[in-house]
Design a protein around this ligand. Structure first.
Ligand SMILES: Nc1ncnc2c1ncn2[C@@H]1O[C@H](COP(=O)(O)OP(=O)(O)OP(=O)(O)O)[C@@H](O)[C@H]1O
Length: 326
């Protein structure tokens, strides 16, 4: 059968939609009202729930019946998708549950995953195109990053769809969280502030490269580590231009103590077009995994959400999840 003769994928018949009213500038409900006619046009039935507090979405996804739906849709940002993925991975039937197709209507501050999927398909980033992508019913795999954190006697597990940040980027994510109403401006303001009063973070890193022969171990003073599962960390930030959501790699940006503030600001400004890699002091690695032992006790975040700054082991779980794609 030739491509042109192939039947189109059917639109999803039934979706479970979660709206995070706290995402971004608080416009998720308005955005949902705008996309509802597109779903109606495709005769897609849906059930809608507004999340009530942080963690609510993860709990609901962990306990809900997935048997009668064709997909889970989030009207929110990357932190909301993070909750969905962690809810699915913490179910008894996680191996089946994680294959539930996920749709993302961008209503958060950053929306890096949604930007990645639309950009890869050559589509303009906006909530209308993101909705049309869902109604087409095309599904693609998505790598996930598995994170094991050891603290004292206990181990915790997290799953990431976007990024793991330590040092400056995590400080920006965490400290600017209460300024969400400013949109992406909050990131710009805090990034410039963190660069101005530049500090470094002591840590030990083991980088496991694609050939996996022997890890590269570096103990040093770092400004930042930014480990990306996808190329776009936000709709306007492209820190990992060589990344692909299904390449089985983690793309890691490292900056060590010694880089000038001028070069750091230049890198930050060029990062919106992914043109920062040639700046002296910016290191870029493609990895299968890494271990980080942060020795300064501060600023570690997964998908923009803070976690305790204890040692982590990170590995790629290739093609584990499923997303609707344009
Ligand atoms: N009803 C709610 N009230 C308050 N916080 C909530 C509620 N529902 C979810 N949350 C929390 O809101 C936080 C932010 O959500 P989300 O990531 O969707 O938006 P964002 O941070 O603006 O976007 P992005 O992550 O793309 O920058 C998440 O940590 C989530 O757990």
């Amino acid at each position: 059968m030739s491509w042109s003769n192939q039947p189109p994928n059917p639109s999803p018949q039934r979706l479970e939609i979660f709206i995070n009213p706290a995402s971004g500038k608080g416009k998720s409900l308005q955005i949902f009202e705008q996309i509802k006619p597109i779903l109606a046009h495709h005769n897609t039935a849906f059930n809608v729930t507004c999340t009530r507090h942080a963690g609510d979405l993860q709990n609901r996804v962990k306990n809900m019946d997935l048997s009668s739906i064709d997909g889970l849709v989030v009207v929110g940002g990357d932190g909301s998708i993070h909750e969905v993925i962690n809810g699915l991975m913490n179910r008894q039937d996680w191996e089946k549950a994680i294959k539930t197709p996920l749709g993302i209507i961008p209503a958060g501050t950053s929306n890096g995953l949604c930007k990645t999927l639309l950009q890869e398909a050559g589509e303009t980033y906006n909530h209308i195109n993101a909705t049309i992508a869902i109604t087409r019913g095309n599904i693609q795999p998505l790598d996930i990053l598995g994170v094991q954190q050891s603290e004292g006697e206990s181990d915790r597990f997290y799953y990431s769809i976007l990024s793991i940040a330590w040092g400056l980027i995590a400080a920006v994510d965490i400290k600017s969280d209460n300024l969400r109403f400013l949109g992406s401006l909050k990131t710009d303001i805090y990034a410039l502030w963190e660069i101005w009063k530049l500090r470094h973070y002591r840590g030990k890193l083991s980088l496991i490269t694609a050939d996996c022969e022997s890890p590269l171990i570096i103990e040093d003073d770092y400004i930042l580590l930014w480990a990306m599962n996808v190329p776009w960390a936000a709709y306007n930030l492209n820190p990992a231009p060589h990344s692909h959501p299904t390449d089985g790699n983690i793309d890691v940006l490292l900056v060590r103590r010694g880089i000038s503030k001028f070069n750091l600001i230049k890198a930050f400004l060029l990062c919106n077009k992914g043109q920062h890699l040639a700046i002296p002091g910016i290191e870029y690695y493609k990895l299968r995994g890494f271990h980080l032992d942060p020795q300064d006790g501060e600023f570690l975040a997964i998908d923009g959400e803070p976690i305790s700054s204890a040692p982590i082991k990170v590995e790629v779980l290739p093609n584990l999840a499923r997303v609707f794609h344009p």
